[in-house]
Design a protein around this ligand. Structure first.
Ligand SMILES: Cc1ncc(C[n+]2csc(CCOP(=O)(O)OP(=O)(O)O)c2C)c(N)n1
Ligand SMILES: [Mg+2]
Length: 328
């Protein structure tokens, strides 16, 4: 099928999903032990969206993320150690320990940054796509911008403005809506009159596709088609990936608003289990076990290293250039 990931690509995506899940579990423990500062927004259960949507991007493509970005960071190629060291506030982190878990950026890998302002990444990716469109025309390149954002972010006014201008100007941007059913503790039925936000694409005259966000191959195929279209200069697309957060909104969440039935049903459809199952026909259980063990060990090693790394020193000057200078 067009744009299907190869077996090797599927194995790599599985490895990355397992690493992100293990990272979230380790962060849960570290938070309880008082070794992190502030709440952590884990993405357990949603890994197939962040990893599957970014797997076909190059380092030169640009990505904006959210407050729940660990899978986005790993998918965009940022190393485990720089991510974990940043979350733990170490000087060896991706942003020298001064950004924290919601704001990680890495210009070399085209990660423009997470964002604590809900919806803030949508106009940022659209604006960067204006820049990329000009550069593509000048140098014959085909770079794209992508924006991963939540169903809560989709209800902001700036989301409408961004999609409208992106479609009008045929900007090379891909909108990936990570629909995990909740904005904070508010169910989507209290935020929107329609359950399927992909219908909005028609209103902007752009293609839209809704996919099972726990099926990483389905996410990859739909997003790869949208990325190809953007690279050809044909404009934006909206991909809605339906998924579910199987842990709290953040490590501060006391829960009680997600039904036990929903949680059980979505845990049955764990994206890591589904990906492993779909690889079982082509890859031996021993090889899949090895991938699992390697991914976890890589996270554990990065955590141990980061814990031993130094905290940042004090600075008495402002940086001379924005962190993302050189990204475009
Ligand atoms: C502009 C703004 N308004 C409100 C908040 C508080 N807030 C943080 S996360 C969140 C919900 C976001 O929902 P969604 O976009 O679906 O992301 P999810 O948490 O489900 O990943 C809200 C309202 C914020 N950070 N920024
Ligand atoms: Mg949400």
């Amino acid at each position: 099928m067009r744009n299907s990931p190869t077996i090797d690509e599927q194995i790599e995506m599985l490895r990355r999903m397992i690493a992100v899940r293990h990272l979230e579990e380790r962060l849960g423990e570290l938070h309880k032990a008082g070794k992190t500062r502030g709440p952590i927004h884990r993405c357990d259960g949603q890994e197939a969206v962040g990893i599957g949507a970014t797997a076909m991007l190059d380092a030169a493509d640009l990505l904006t993320s959210t407050h729940r970005g660990h899978a986005h960071y790993v998918g965009k190629g940022v190393g485990l150690h720089p991510i974990i060291a940043e979350i733990l506030g170490r000087s060896t982190g991706a942003c020298a320990g001064r950004a924290g878990h919601m704001l990680i950026a890495d210009a070399a890998n085209g990660l423009l940054g997470g964002n604590a302002i809900v919806g803030g990444g949508i106009p940022a990716a659209t604006g960067f796509a204006v820049s990329l469109q000009m550069r593509n025309r000048a140098d014959g390149g085909a770079r794209v911008a992508m924006c991963l954002f939540g169903d809560g972010a989709a209800q902001t006014g700036i989301c409408h403005e961004s999609m409208n201008i992106a479609a009008l100007w045929k900007l090379p941007v891909v909108f990936v809506l990570e629909h995990n059913q909740y904005g904070l503790t508010a169910h989507h039925s209290t935020q929107s009159s329609v359950p399927d936000l992909v219908v909005r694409a028609a209103g902007y005259g752009m293609p839209g596709e809704s996919v099972d966000g726990n099926d990483i191959t389905a996410v990859y195929r739909a997003v790869a088609t949208a990325v190809d279209r953007a690279r050809r200069g044909e404009g934006p697309s909206l991909i809605e990936a339906k998924t579910y957060r199987i842990v709290g909104f953040s490590t501060s969440d006391v829960g009680g608003y997600q039904s036990a039935d929903d949680l059980a049903a979505w845990r049955e459809r764990d994206p890591i289990v589904l990906a492993r199952r779909s690889l079982a026909a082509s890859v031996s259980p021993a090889q899949l076990d090895a991938v699992d063990a390697e991914a976890r060990a890589a996270v554990d090693a990065a955590v141990e290293q980061a814990l031993a790394d130094p905290l940042p020193g004090f600075v008495d000057h402002a940086p001379s250039a924005p962190y993302y200078a050189g990204a475009v």
